[in-house]
Write a protein that binds this ligand. Structure first.
Ligand code: GLU
Length: 447
């Protein structure tokens, strides 16, 4: 069977086995499209059906999460943990609490995570989990009770050498605290390395909170350096205003860029003088308010209810909110407005059409698998500190993160060149990540 046909057949099999899971199909398709030259160079991977194996999660867990709200009303949510692949280390990846969560979202995230984690060079496999729970507007007590109910089922699947969750959309330091407390109570073990993103006073790592955003900017810095550019004086637009967006803005500002817009799911803030990050942090990290309130607190900022952030002209766009938030039309507009670089802080935020347009235009495009790997890489550094009962300084940890991102950039850049796709970080990241996982899987035999 010719190679292209073989890959298409594998893709069609994945679709048939996982009906209705559009995001998972999208993530698989993007990786498979890069793998042709790998099978030519390493026919062993085709003989051993490594691609088919890697597309099938090792284990998928779906469970009921019942809980009571503050008015004693009963709610029933659905919890998930997809343990995708443990060839490189214990399953590792975040938990997402969002009403859009279903198996297809968790599988796409787990699939991406697996290759991302391999790219970090740290000993971690891939997994992802979450629930279709909507934390918006819920009290602290409700969040705690939900986390406790979620963990009473999940705990049996976890362990510092087995499966190590962390945060993702809707799961931050507060939720990790409640989840850890419940795990500790059920198991009667202070097993620090079972979760990452912990509080600094009880096993967390400095820089973990900042890591995804900082890492994405380091990756961007490296992409610009290849083109003899820097961030100094660049106008940037960062979608979202959650953990990734906040620390992306912080590092962009530290490196001399001007961030003129951010957003949440209700609307966009445009502030030509530069986003006031202290205010965003206060609104989002402490008061848990909407970004619209930024507009009423800053006279010279503009709030566009229901606006599209990709309408704002910029040199650099960093989609840092959620999957498929930037489509082909948006990409066309960004390019027409003079955008020269895009780095994905979120997981799969650009649609396939948008990615194609960016690559065809020859601008610097950093796919999430590589560009947002700093978060999980620093989770692995947190696990390392937990294992040695140590805690490192901010400076040392940040240097480690910077080194890891610089190495991921070099590896993806060089792999793209080696496989005849110079400058294409999508191909570079997919192949470099796949090769690491595939080699480990072959070494472990048919398991
Ligand atoms: N949720 C993050 C990601 O998408 C981090 C996962 C982790 O730290 O385990 O990579």
């Amino acid at each position: 069977m010719p190679l292209e046909e073989k890959i298409e057949t594998i893709y069609q099999q994945v679709r048939a086995r996982n009906p209705g899971e559009d995001e998972f199909h999208q993530a698989v398709k993007e990786v498979l499209e890069s793998l042709g030259p790998v099978l030519v160079k390493y026919p062993e991977f085709a003989e051993k059906r490594v691609i088919e194996l890697v597309c099938e999660p090792e284990r998928q867990i779906i469970f009921r999460v019942p809980w009571q709200d503050d008015r004693n009303e009963i709610h029933i949510n659905r919890g998930f943990r997809v343990e995708f692949n443990s060839a490189m280390g214990p399953y590792k990846g975040g938990l997402r609490f969002h009403p859009s969560v279903y198996l297809g979202i968790i599988k796409f995230l787990g699939f991406e995570q697996l290759f991302k984690n391999a790219l970090t060079g740290m000993p971690i496999g891939g997994g992802k989990g979450g629930a279709d729970f909507d934390p918006k507007g819920r009290s602290d007590g409700e969040i705690m009770r939900f986390c406790q109910s979620f963990m009473i089922e999940l705990y049996r699947h976890l362990g510092e050498h087995t499966d190590v969750p962390a945060g993702d959309v809707g799961v931050g330091g507060r939720e990790i605290g409640y989840l850890f407390g419940q795990y500790k109570r059920i198991t009667n073990r202070y097993e620090s390395g079972v979760l990452t993103g912990k509080g600094l006073g009880w096993g967390g790592s400095l820089v973990r909170k900042e890591a995804t955003g900082y890492g994405a900017v380091y990756f961007l810095r490296e992409m610009l350096a290849v083109r003899k550019g820097t961030l100094e004086g660049k106008t940037c637009v960062v979608s979202g205003s959650g953990n990734v967006a906040i620390y992306t803005i912080e590092k962009l500002q530290q490196l001399g860029a001007r961030v003129v817009a951010c957003s949440d799911s209700d609307g966009v803030i445009v502030h030509e003088k530069g986003i006031d990050l202290a205010l965003v942090k206060r609104l989002k990290e402490i008061e848990r308010r909407r970004i619209a309130d930024y507009g009423s607190l800053h006279r010279d900022a503009r709030y566009i209810a229901g606006g599209n952030i990709w309408d704002i002209p910029c040199h650099v766009a960093m989609p840092s909110a959620t999957q498929n938030e930037l489509n082909g039309k948006d990409a066309g507009r960004l390019l027409a407005n003079g955008c020269i670089a895009v780095a994905e802080g979120a997981n799969m935020p650009c649609t396939p059409e948008a990615v194609r347009l960016f690559l065809d235009a020859g601008i610097a495009f950093g796919p999430g698998k590589a560009a947002n790997a700093g978060g999980v890489a620093t989770s692995a550094l947190e696990m390392q500190q937990n294992a040695s009962r140590d805690s490192w300084t901010f400076e040392y940890t940040e240097r480690r993160l910077d080194d890891i991102m610089t190495r991921i950039h070099a590896a993806t850049f060089e792999t793209a060149e080696e496989f005849g796709a110079a400058g294409n970080y999508v191909v570079g990241a997919n192949i470099a990540g796949f090769l690491k996982v595939a080699r480990a899987m072959v070494a472990h035999g048919l398991v």
